[in-house]
Design a binder for this molecule. Structure first.
Ligand SMILES: [Zn+2]
Length: 416
């Protein structure tokens, strides 16, 4: 996997919406010279067509895409569409080309990144367009422009099926497209190689005279708890940055960590920095082929299928800001129902949450009756209690969920 940056500033300014066309900002993914017969099946409700599409993926194919490939590409898009929750359709353009090297499988990335759009929490952080649109609830780029570009290598020996196992000599197209879309949705850093001994992170903004990061960058940590985006700790470009992304690098987001059994999420950080592979993938040794979180590791083998994103990857996307539905979150946890005491109930303005089961810092999620998440509040249950602010919620029934490791505790509240 490698990617190159050929970036072009279109407009900037601190609070005016800014767009950054990421021409060539894509990750190229490579196959592995091994055969691993392992299958992580796709979600049953996507396979049988009963899944509710929470985000519409509009997939467009260039003329070179063979018709027999379209179904597995659409399947991969539908898998994401069943988990992510955006009112704005995600437009994907798929091209099919000879990429000149049989080991290349595909390349993909967001077409554009945005910052300072309406709803952006921090106007100085860049977001891939599909995520920016999910957060702001509106189309940001032109409606005939793709949000994510995927180029599939026509020379790879593809398997087109979406169920069952993959023949030993074939690469599973649905798995590769699912992986590529993950990069396009936001699973990518701005870390880039500048010389043999230095790396850069973020993009220098000439007008602000400041280094700006892409959202994924903000969660990167090298032990002991040093953030790569901490400009006091790391100059960019620098040799220190290179040293920081070899051997051990972690993703430190609340939800991904909770879904990783409370451990920081190991990212791919080989001893020799691999431009494009390092940083923007999960660690291959931790998330092995055939295990539920193997999708976003740097390579896929012949015979291997990973048709579902897995909890850790969903957690990463959630930490980046992707809204996930209540069912998606609960499907990731063992939910222990009615273990949260909530009072007063009915409540208005705020309520008190109480449980003895959780001591760690976590957060409270509040879901409306239709499954939409309406609130996410970091909490520390000091003395087993926390105050949850619910001002602005329309009256009705709500479900409250507090994750703790792989479990979550739930309760119900009526808002007056
Ligand atoms: Zn990749």
């Amino acid at each position: 996997m490698r990617y190159s940056l050929l970036l072009l500033f279109l407009s900037c300014g601190l609070y005016g919406q800014a767009q950054f066309d990421t021409i060539g900002y894509s990750i190229t993914c490579w196959g592995r010279d091994t055969v691993i017969e392992a299958t992580v099946p796709g979600p049953a409700n996507v396979i049988d067509g009963s899944a509710e599409m929470r985000t519409r993926f509009e997939v467009t194919f260039t003329d070179s895409v063979p018709p027999e490939a379209e179904e597995s590409i659409r399947f991969a898009a539908d898998v994401w569409g069943s988990y992510l929750q955006s009112d704005v359709p995600v437009r994907v353009l798929v091209d099919w080309r000879d990429q000149g090297d049989d080991r290349i499988l595909a390349s993909a990335g967001p077409s554009t990144i945005y910052r300072a759009f309406p709803g952006a929490v921090n106007p100085l952080v860049w977001y891939p367009v599909a995520l920016a649109e999910a957060i702001t609830g509106e189309d940001l780029n032109k409606t005939d422009e793709a949000d994510i570009n995927v180029v599939v290598n026509s020379k790879a020996n593809w398997n087109y099926g979406t169920t069952g196992s993959v023949p030993r000599n074939r690469i599973d197209l649905a798995s590769v497209v699912l992986h590529e879309l993950g990069h396009g949705l936001g699973f990518l850093s701005s870390v880039d190689s500048t010389t043999d001994t230095t790396l850069s992170i973020g993009f220098e903004d000439p007008e602000l005279n400041e280094r700006l990061f892409i959202i994924y960058d903000l969660f990167l940590e090298t032990p002991p708890g040093q953030q790569l985006a901490d400009t006091l700790l790391f100059n960019s470009p620098s040799e220190e940055l290179l040293a920081a992304v070899i051997e051990r690098l972690e993703f430190a987001g609340d939800t991904s960590v909770a879904l990783n059994g409370g451990e920081l999420v190991p990212l791919y950080a080989p001893e020799t920095f691999d431009v494009g592979s390092s940083v923007s993938h999960l660690d291959e040794r931790t998330y092995r082929a055939g295990t539920e979180d193997a999708l976003m590791t740097p390579s896929i083998a012949s015979g291997e299928a990973i048709r579902s994103p897995g909890p850790v990857t969903l957690g990463v996307l959630y930490d980046l800001g992707w809204p996930l539905s209540f069912e998606s979150v609960t499907s990731l946890h063992e939910v222990i129902a009615d273990r949260l005491r909530i009072y007063p109930n009915p409540a208005s303005g705020s309520f008190t949450l109480e449980t003895e089961a959780i001591q760690e810092p976590t957060y409270a999620l509040v879901f409306a009756a239709d499954g939409r998440q309406v609130k996410r509040q970091p909490i520390l249950l000091s003395g087993g209690q926390a105050q949850i602010d619910i001002t602005g919620l329309t009256p009705g029934f709500y479900t409250v969920l507090v994750p703790a490791g792989r479990r979550a505790y739930s309760g119900r509240v009526v808002v007056r």
